[in-house]
Design a protein around this ligand. Structure first.
Ligand code: NAG
Ligand code: NAG
Length: 254
């Protein structure tokens, strides 16, 4: 082989190893309505191959995630073409497109957060209502070792949302439930100012307890119980589901 051939082979090898996926995320939509998932990579790292896509009711889609990855997923609902600008009633990222291009969704939105470790180490994942709730979500590792329990927020919190936290759609139905931090922007709800530093400085409030009661697995506020974070070793793949199998009927707004 001449030098050029060897160089090309090295380049091809580098291309494939750099592009190798550590884990796959299978997104399932079991809701009776379309959800537009968004993906956000943290720490100024390159975004995933998709940062937003359409997932019709009953559909599945697989997205690859590299090892040593940290970010979150959420679902947008009530999306439509607003005079050429893609807009969503909940979870909108403001890009004007289906792809969010590295911008997160606007609260209130349920989040699934995931940190994929290098070398099949310890992954961390959770479901979060810290930025409120819009659609039931779950995350379940496949074939890992260790705890590897699925975590979910299966309840339709919109149906139970206190009036002062409700986000109401144009048809008058509750389409999302805001966290107290976003609704009132007070230190005791946001764990800021003299409430910053940890759970001893920022205890649960009646509003975070409302979210915890609805979805005990999920983070209900910034310094929630340690038991809201789930772990798994061995480089599992993940299934992220909108609405859940345990929920026979997913009624969106009560
Ligand atoms: C929570 O407590 C505040 C006062 O601290 C009260 O105004 C509000 O109605 C309570 N909300 C719920 C849902 O219990
Ligand atoms: C976490 O703790 C709360 C009580 O603080 C409990 O209701 C909930 O079931 C626990 N969740 C898990 C997944 O163990």
């Amino acid at each position: 082989m001449n030098t050029q051939v060897v160089l090309s082979l090295i380049l091809v090898f580098l291309f494939f190893s750099a592009g190798s996926q550590a884990a796959t995320i299978t997104f399932n939509n079991l809701c009776p309505y379309t959800v537009w998932p968004g993906t956000l990579t943290y720490d100024q790292k390159p975004q995933l191959s998709t940062t937003g896509f359409e997932l019709t009711s009953g559909a599945s889609s697989i997205v690859g995630v590299p090892s040593l990855w940290s970010g979150h997923f959420w679902g947008r609902t009530g999306c439509f073409d607003n005079g050429g600008k893609f807009t969503c009633d909940t979870g909108d990222c403001g890009s004007g497109q289906v792809e969010c291009n590295g911008v997160g969704g606007s609260p209130p939105a349920t989040l699934v957060e995931l940190t994929v470790a290098a070398n099949k180490g310890q992954d961390f994942y959770d479901v979060s209502n810290v930025d409120g709730f819009n659609v039931p979500m779950s995350i379940a590792p496949q074939d890992g070792t260790g705890d590897c329990k699925p975590s979910s927020c299966p309840a339709n919190i919109n149906a139970a949302c206190p009036s002062e936290l409700q986000l109401v759609g144009s048809d008058g139905k509750v389409i999302a439930c805001t966290s107290a931090c976003w609704a009132f922007n007070k230190p005791e709800y946001c764990c800021t100012g003299s409430f910053a530093g940890g759970p001893d400085k920022c205890p649960p409030t009646n509003y975070s307890q409302f979210f915890k009661k609805q979805c005990p697995d999920a983070y209900s506020y910034a310094y929630d119980d340690k038991n809201s974070t789930f772990t798994c070793f061995g480089g599992p793949d993940y299934v992220v589901t909108f609405c859940t199998t345990t929920q026979k009927i997913c009624i969106f707004s009560g």
